[in-house]
Design a protein around this ligand. Structure first.
Ligand code: PSU
Ligand code: MN
Length: 308
């Protein structure tokens, strides 16, 4: 996919990121839909900058991904992050949207799927986010392209499982069908985003970064080309009460139906609605869990850099 003439290459890797990759030093990819569509201003920008700082303090280089001025950028400036977090015309870019937004030259925030594509193109193996998209509840057959991307791009996505607004059993089944390993970070339960999870199990428990890196390295060394999910439970002190979140989710799903929300607007609508319904508790939890995921991703990226 790389073009021969760098000047025409739509994939633009920041110098700091390119240098780290060339030296075999650890890099952690970060997405931008969470900035533009997943959190309100100013928490979104603060969080995005904090995540970059967490990666640096863990000894890796952050690479936040977005579409800026007609290029797919891997590694953003603070100004770019500020633009993504304040401009209300930012497109939500999954794989199908990329060509159109690149051609328009406008700002685009990349979802997990589009960020995996960019990370893979750049040669980055580890990516941190909040929660992946998945199979939505009900009979709408709304299935996130995050799942098919996990089946296509060899990148480990460190997340608090999938967002609990989804049908989590079906999401796990879909991952199995796609051949995507689901690892539990110091847990046997598949994390449920705002809560640590209890009812669903992961495929493999890993108790540290070396073990996670060994599994990933063996997976890819065997020639498998799929991605992986590393499910990190939200830290206990930030966990949202299960009854509170279930009520807010049910309320959000009802409101989204009533308002006729569909397609790519469903997830941002639900996140905003649930944040309101819980008086901001779900947003605080979302910020805490993505920070924790970023710490773990950094450890795994550092461990993986040693094995390769
Ligand atoms: N994690 C968060 N907040 C978010 C998302 C993840 O904590 O907003 C975003 C990711 O970009 C993910 C997207 O790819 O939600 C899923 O959107 P959809 O369900 O339309 O595929
Ligand atoms: Mn969808």
């Amino acid at each position: 996919m790389r073009h021969n003439e760098p000047v025409d290459d739509p994939l633009r890797i920041a110098d700091e990121v390119a240098d780290a990759l060339a030296d075999g030093r650890p890099v952690v990819a970060l997405e931008s839909t969470i900035i533009a569509h997943g959190m309100p201003h100013p928490r979104n920008v603060e969080t995005a900058l904090t995540l970059e700082a967490i990666v640096r303090s863990g000894g890796a280089v952050p690479a936040t991904v977005a579409l800026v001025d007609g290029a797919l950028r891997v590694g953003l400036s603070e100004l770019d992050i500020e633009r993504l977090g304040t401009n209300n015309q930012v497109a939500k870019v999954s794989l199908r949207d990329m060509g159109a937004v690149l051609a328009s030259g406008g700002l685009g925030a990349t979802t997990v799927a589009a960020t995996m594509f960019a990370a893979h193109g750049a040669g980055i193996r580890v990516f941190a986010t909040g929660g992946i998209g998945g199979v939505h509840r009900g009979d709408g057959h709304d299935v996130s392209a995050d799942l098919t991307a996990l089946g296509r791009f060899p990148v480990a996505v460190v997340c608090a499982g999938a967002k609990a607004v989804l049908d989590l059993p079906r999401t796990l089944e879909a991952l199995e069908t796609l051949g995507v390993p689901v690892l539990g970070w110091r847990t046997d339960a598949f994390p449920e985003f705002w809560t640590r999870g209890a009812d669903l199990t992961v495929g493999t428990r890993v108790d540290g970064a070396d073990q996670a890196a060994a599994v990933l390295d063996a997976h890819w060394s065997a020639g498998l080309t799929t991605g992986a999910v590393i499910g990190v439970p939200i830290p206990t002190e930030h966990e949202v009460d299960r009854a509170l979140i279930e009520t807010a989710i049910a309320d959000g799903l009802g409101a989204s139906d009533a308002a006729g929300i569909s397609g790519s607007e469903v997830t941002p609508f639900l996140l905003a609605h649930i944040a309101d319904a819980t008086g901001g508790t779900s947003l605080d939890a979302n910020v805490a869990l993505v920070q924790e995921n970023t710490r773990v991703a950094t450890e795994v990226a550092v461990a993986l850099a040693v094995t390769r």
